[in-house]
Each structure stands twice: as structure tokens, then as C-alpha cells.
Write a protein that binds this ligand. Structure first.
Ligand code: HEC
Length: 131
């Protein structure tokens, strides 16, 4: 009988997706996703992460580099990172509208990124393959 994790019976990965993550699962636009990631005002990704993007310079080093992340994580895992990073992470949820602290009045009830923008970011991150 094959053991868990053997080549014949690969270990099942359980990814629990939040409700927001399931709202759309459309194929995103990687070009738009790249623009979102590159724009600190829109996404803040590069405050914490670096990535294979020439601009802006002085990218973050609080978090793992995004280079090659599309080889390390599946699209579902990337989506989960963006929508439900977990309470122990300093990474914000880009989909959450509830359970947040000290949200400015103009942003109450609004996620940082729309479901379509999240699709686009997932599509872009999926293109970041290890050499
Ligand atoms: C405030 C800092 C911060 C911001 C902003 C942030 N992240 Fe993160 N991110 C982290 C940290 C720290 C981790 C490492 C693991 C953890 O804490 O959960 C992480 C992990 C990740 C991972 C998993 C990386 C791996 O190699 O496993 C991905 C993918 C990711 N972030 C993408 C993004 C994207 C895309 C954005 C912008 C839309 C973003 N992050 C914004 C801090 C941040």
C-alpha cells in the first residue's frame, strides 16, 4: 500500500480558501497584475517584497522575494496568500472587508484590491518562474 507522499499517491494539499477567494476564479491579466504589484500606491507589495521588476528601486526586504514564486506556489496558494495571509502575518489581506482594525472611514467595507485585481495579480505571480 503506497504511503502518503509517495509518487503513486501524492499527498493531498489542503488549501482552505476564504469566501472572498471564491468570488472569482477567472483567469487574470498578467500585464495588469504586474502594474498593480509595481505600483506602491495601489498594492504596497514592493514595500515588503522585492521582485523581478526594475522599478521602483529600493524594494522591500521584510518578506521573501517574489522572484520564482510562481514555481513555488500554485495559483490557488497564491490567491490564498493574497486573500487570507493568516493572523500571524504582517501581510495584509487584500480581499478582507471585515475583522480589521482602525480602517479609515473612506475605506470601510472596501477591500484593498477588487476580485478582478486579485485575479490579475495571481496571473502575474504565476508567470514568475524559477530560472
Ligand atoms: C506589510 C508587508 C507586506 C505587504 C505589503 C505584502 N506582503 Fe506578501 N508577505 C509578507 C510576509 C512577511 C510574507 C512571508 C510569510 C508570512 O509572513 O506570511 C509574505 C508572503 C507572501 C507570499 C508567499 C511567498 C513565498 O515565497 O511563499 C506571496 C506570494 C506574497 N507575499 C505576495 C504579496 C503580494 C503580491 C503583495 C501585494 C499585493 C504582498 N505580498 C504584500 C509581507 C507583505
Amino acid at each position: 500500500m503506497p504511503t502518503r507522499g509517495s509518487a503513486r499517491l501524492p499527498m493531498k494539499r489542503s488549501v482552505s480558501l476564504g469566501v472572498a477567494a471564491l468570488l472569482t476564479m477567472a483567469a487574470g491579466d498578467p500585464g495588469s497584475g504586474r502594474a498593480i504589484v509595481a505600483n506602491r500606491q495601489v498594492s504596497a507589495c514592493l514595500l515588503c517584497h522585492s521582485g523581478p521588476i526594475p522599478d521602483p528601486h529600493l524594494q522591500g526586504n521584510l518578506a521573501p522575494a517574489l522572484t520564482g514564486v510562481g514555481s513555488r506556489l500554485t495559483a490557488a496558494e497564491l490567491r490564498q496568500r493574497l486573500t487570507d495571509p493568516g493572523k500571524d502575518s504582517i501581510m495584509p489581506s487584500y480581499a478582507a472587508t471585515a475583522g480589521l482594525n482602525r480602517v479609515g472611514q473612506p475605506w470601510v467595507g472596501k477591500p484593498v484590491l477588487t476580485p478582478t485585481q486579485i485575479d490579475d495579480v495571481v496571473a502575474f505571480l504565476s508567470t514568475l518562474r524559477a530560472p
